[in-house]
Design a protein around this ligand. Structure first.
Ligand SMILES: NC(=O)c1ccc[n+]([C@@H]2O[C@H](COP(=O)([O-])OP(=O)(O)OC[C@H]3O[C@@H](n4cnc5c(N)ncnc54)[C@H](OP(=O)(O)O)[C@@H]3O)[C@@H](O)[C@H]2O)c1
Length: 260
């Protein structure tokens, strides 16, 4: 069982003593709570404004994190976007590109994933004890850096602390999928959730959702967030939640950054 993280410091002026980055989950969801169709044919369904918001949020991050299936199925390269976004990063004192972190416990991430074809920031694989040596070597040969948990699952508190120390990561945006999100939430490593609520219905019991892993057996065990902002643009709603019950509400100052 992973040790719960403590995160009670504000992310601006992040002190050296903080053990892990501030973690934001960013996802688009249909009105019936799905993040892809059941057969995974549809993986992108937000508007152009949603895409802009995604890149603006990426421009605030030291690192982006995705699960292996999201990287493979969506063709994600975890890049920065336009020269405007790179300029915003420079103004905010960030590296030109965020570190690209992929969660792949068995190191199964395909060598054919688009991610490998786009040069840029370092690629880090968070793997676990079940990863085979040949798979790990294959990813090393692709020039990824590997971090491995000893158990069968990635120990996120330990992995995030390592990312903070190794790359100085203070703000990390997690972009799914549901299985990664569920483990991050189970370890209490999520400080904020950005949700784009898209008025479509996908249906399907097997369609992925925001958090695809058991988190609560009763209401009292549900992971609680507090709604701090709602914006409507066209027919989409942009929701921002922060983790409820922290000593400090963690709201990063973003005044120098593009609106998200
Ligand atoms: N609408 C949106 O905003 C949005 C955003 C992102 C993704 N999506 C959709 O979500 C779907 C993918 O989600 P998903 O839940 O199936 O896959 P995922 O979370 O992207 O990736 C799952 C893989 O990540 C690794 N993994 C996840 N948690 C782990 C843990 N705690 N320890 C070790 N390894 C772990 C495992 O890799 P190994 O197999 O190598 O062990 C696992 O097979 C896609 O259809 C995508 O389109 C939608």
């Amino acid at each position: 069982m992973a040790t719960p993280c403590s995160s009670t410091e504000p992310p601006v002026g992040w002190p050296a003593a903080v053990r892990r980055p501030y973690v934001v989950i960013n996802m688009a969801m249909t009105a019936d709570g799905k993040v892809a169709t059941a057969g995974r044919e549809v993986t992108t369904f937000g508007s152009s404004h949603d895409q802009k918001a995604l890149y603006a949020l990426r421009a605030t991050a030291d690192a982006l994190l995705c699960g292996a299936r999201t990287v493979e199925e969506t063709g994600a390269t975890l890049g920065t976007g336009s020269s405007d976004h790179r300029a915003a990063r420079r103004r905010a004192g960030l590296a030109p590109e965020p570190v690209r972190v992929v969660v792949s416990g068995s190191a199964s991430l395909s060598s054919e994933a688009e991610l490998w074809k786009r040069p840029g920031a370092p690629i880090v694989i968070l793997s676990a004890g079940k990863a085979s040596k040949p798979n790990l070597q294959r990813l090393r040969d692709l020039e990824a850096e590997i971090w491995a948990s000893s158990g069968d699952q990635v120990d996120f508190p330990a992995a995030l602390a390592w990312l903070a120390n190794r790359y100085g990561i203070r703000r990390l945006i997690a972009e799914g999928g549901g299985r990664v999100n569920a483990t991050l939430l189970a370890a209490d490593c999520v400080d904020e959730i950005r949700l784009t609520w898209v008025p479509r219905i996908f249906g399907g019991q097997a369609a992925p959702t925001i958090a695809d892993g058991p988190l609560a057996a009763c209401l009292a065990e549900a992971v609680r967030f507090q709604l701090v902002r709602v914006r409507t643009v066209g027919d989409e709603r942009f929701l921002r939640y922060v983790r409820a019950g922290r000593d400090t509400i963690l709201l990063p100052a973003e005044s120098t950054l593009p609106p998200v």
